[in-house]
Write a protein that binds this ligand. Structure first.
Ligand code: PMP
Ligand code: GLN
Length: 386
């Protein structure tokens, strides 16, 4: 095509996301798709009804820039109820068209050319391109192999006078690990001492298993004052295609985020906001039911794999389970992932694509267990037969 060869890409190393790639391959092969993270079951019927009602009631034009006031109040109530934190819905909470957009706006708002942003590998794929486009540099620090805990000595060693931001993700995608209260204390000490900000991706906040609690930066007295916290209705209400979420940050950070947000998307989708508000008003307890429901799915999947040759640590949170295939193959995860999708009809995601320097000999695939019982059963049957 004439002219295109002259384009000097701002993201030369970036291709199509692994999620889109693997979903397309699963569809092409007719494979069970445990790759991309989305539920294969319906959202609550009352929520779907509320969306139709919102559209029919005429909520089809631009809502306020920061989000529907009624929804923001309800979300602040949810944060009080589930995290015990007080948030000003006027000045600290912004409804966004998906956490991806909120994360992009937060990064763009605070990262300047030459700034460094610490990311913890394996790292969710949307952060680094946003840092790069802002002229910053992502500094990759690996999580500890095995349990994927944060190695704070390595984080401390990566901090420089240019460190502007640290990206946190708990519960973690793709690893299913979570941070502790002590992790947040350590992070707070470093952030305060070195003067950097924190961008905390907590989209799986309600999916924490085995009776453990989610630890949010919003609950930490120091981090509360220097963090963005991101949430997604796609995860909480099983509506990933509705692309709506929200971001909480202190007033000064929220003001900067909104400056960017108003020119990236301007607003989040109006009828979706009305629908979520109506649903939350009627069912404020719904998010509290999710952990048990997803833990049952995790346990079902792992129970079915108990006699397989995969090794695993049950995910502590989110809806992804890592399986170690080391006893079955020594092929690279990227190769095996594609081959097994074609040959065994189960699509997953290779973990190495989320790492700058994958450890030699790592043999991990990520499987999404936000799927119905019969799908998990058939997937496990196929995996056990490998
Ligand atoms: N962060 C993480 C860790 C995710 O897994 C996802 C969703 N897949 C997002 C952000 C993006 O959420 P949304 O779909 O609301 O943009
Ligand atoms: N976050 C989802 C996952 O981890 C997918 C989101 C996307 O496809 N961009 O699979």
């Amino acid at each position: 095509m004439a002219g295109t060869e002259r384009i000097d890409s701002k993201l030369p190393g970036v291709g199509t996301t692994i999620f889109s790639t693997m979903t397309a391959l699963a569809q092409e092969c007719g494979a069970i798709n445990l790759s991309q993270g989305f539920p294969d079951f319906d959202p609550p019927a009352a929520l779907v009804d509320a969306l139709g009602e919102a559209a029919r009631a005429g909520h089809n034009q631009y809502p306020p820039l920061a989000g529907l006031p009624r929804l923001r109040v309800l979300l602040a109530e949810q944060l009080q109820r589930y995290r015990g934190v007080t948030v000003d819905p006027e000045q600290e909470l912004t409804v966004v068209p998906g956490a991806t957009e909120g994360l992009y706006c937060a990064i763009t708002a605070v990262v300047r050319p030459g700034d460094e942003v610490i990311v913890l590998d394996p790292v969710y794929d949307s952060y680094e391109p946003a840092v790069t486009l802002a002229g910053g540099r992502a500094v990759h620090v690996p999580l500890t192999p095995g349990d994927f805990a944060i190695d704070w000595e390595r984080v401390a060693a990566a901090i420089t006078p240019r460190t502007r931001l640290l990206m946190l993700n708990t519960p973690h995608n793709p690893c299913g690990s979570t941070v502790s209260r002590e992790d947040l204390d350590t992070l707070a000490g470093l952030a305060e001492r070195h003067g950097f900000l924190v961008c905390s991706d907590e989209v799986y906040e309600h999916l924490v298993f085995d009776g453990a609690a989610h630890h949010s930066v919003l609950q930490h007295p120091v981090l509360r004052g220097r963090s963005f916290a991101h949430y997604s209705f796609g995860k909480t209400f099983s509506v990933t295609g509705w692309k709506t979420g929200y971001c909480v940050a202190p007033p000064a950070l929220t003001a900067e985020l909104r400056k960017v947000h108003q020119f990236v998307a301007f607003v989040a989708v109006s009828p979706v906001q009305h629908a979520i508000a109506a649903f939350l008003e009627a069912h404020p307890d719904y998010p509290g039911t999710l952990a048990a429901a997803y833990q049952a799915r995790r346990d079902r999947f792992l129970g079915l794999l108990a006699d397989s040759r995969f090794r695993f640590r049950p995910a502590a949170g989110a809806y992804f389970q890592l399986l170690d295939y080391g006893a079955l193959s020594d092929e690279p995860d990227t190769v095996l992932c594609e081959r097994w999708t074609r040959e065994h009809g189960v699509a997953s995601v290779p973990v190495s694509v989320f790492q700058q320097a994958p450890p030699a000999g790592q043999t991990l695939l990520r499987f999404c267990f936000a799927k119905s019982d019969d799908v998990l059963e058939e997937a496990a049957r196929r995996l056990c037969a490998i």
